[in-house]
Ligand binder design. Structure first.
Ligand code: SF4
Length: 187
């Protein structure tokens, strides 16, 4: 087995990040615009707001606002007034945005990961997940984990749809369980 060190692993992560960033200048979009499209694709309905995008990406409000405006002007993202809070806007991917995501440049890396042994994929998933959680906690940022792994998630609840969020007191559909959430509190 190759010798390894924390410094070497950090350098590998940096190089992979650089590769991803270079490849993410695709289809006329910037890396941050692709990240925003991906986020809106996997976030639940409570988390598709400019504030949540800002928290997820760890960028300034101004940068996120510019990014969302650029995506909206290209017809990739739609904004609508939140009927429950008229001061706030809900974001969603348009049909055009969903179609563009099929050409996501991250797909090259997904294919490369898929070519690894199953055990290597599992080890990467666990190790990188733990590393990300540690770095986010260090910066006081939310984990944005999956709904089904949240302390507030009630599986097959009597008032659910079939699941239920005990924090927001909202019904959750089966597909909501897989989405990521701004409010998620890991179990
Ligand atoms: S159960 Fe947790 S992750 Fe799911 S919607 Fe509620 S707060 Fe968000």
């Amino acid at each position: 087995m190759n010798s390894y060190s924390p410094k070497h692993i950090a350098a590998l992560i940096e190089r992979v990040g650089r590769l991803l960033s270079t490849e993410a200048h695709a289809e006329g979009l910037l890396p941050v615009q692709w990240e925003t499209l991906r986020y809106l694709h996997k976030a639940n309905r409570f988390s598709r707001t400019a504030a949540a995008v800002t928290a997820y990406l760890g960028l300034t409000k101004g940068t996120v606002s510019q990014t969302l405006n650029a995506l909206e002007s290209r017809g990739l993202v739609a904004k609508r007034i939140d009927p429950k809070d008229r001061r706030s806007k809900r974001l969603s991917l348009s049909a055009k945005g969903k179609r563009l995501l099929r050409k996501d440049p991250l797909g090259v890396t997904v294919t490369a990961v898929n070519a690894l042994e199953h055990s290597a994929q599992q080890a990467l998933d666990e190790s990188l997940g733990a590393l990300l959680a540690s770095r986010l906690t260090g910066q006081g940022r939310q984990p944005f984990g999956q709904c089904r792994d949240c302390q507030y998630f009630a599986d097959q609840h009597d008032d659910g749809g079939p699941h239920y969020c005990q924090l927001l007191q909202e019904k959750l559909a089966s597909k909501d369980a897989e989405a990521i959430c701004y409010e998620q509190l890991p179990k």
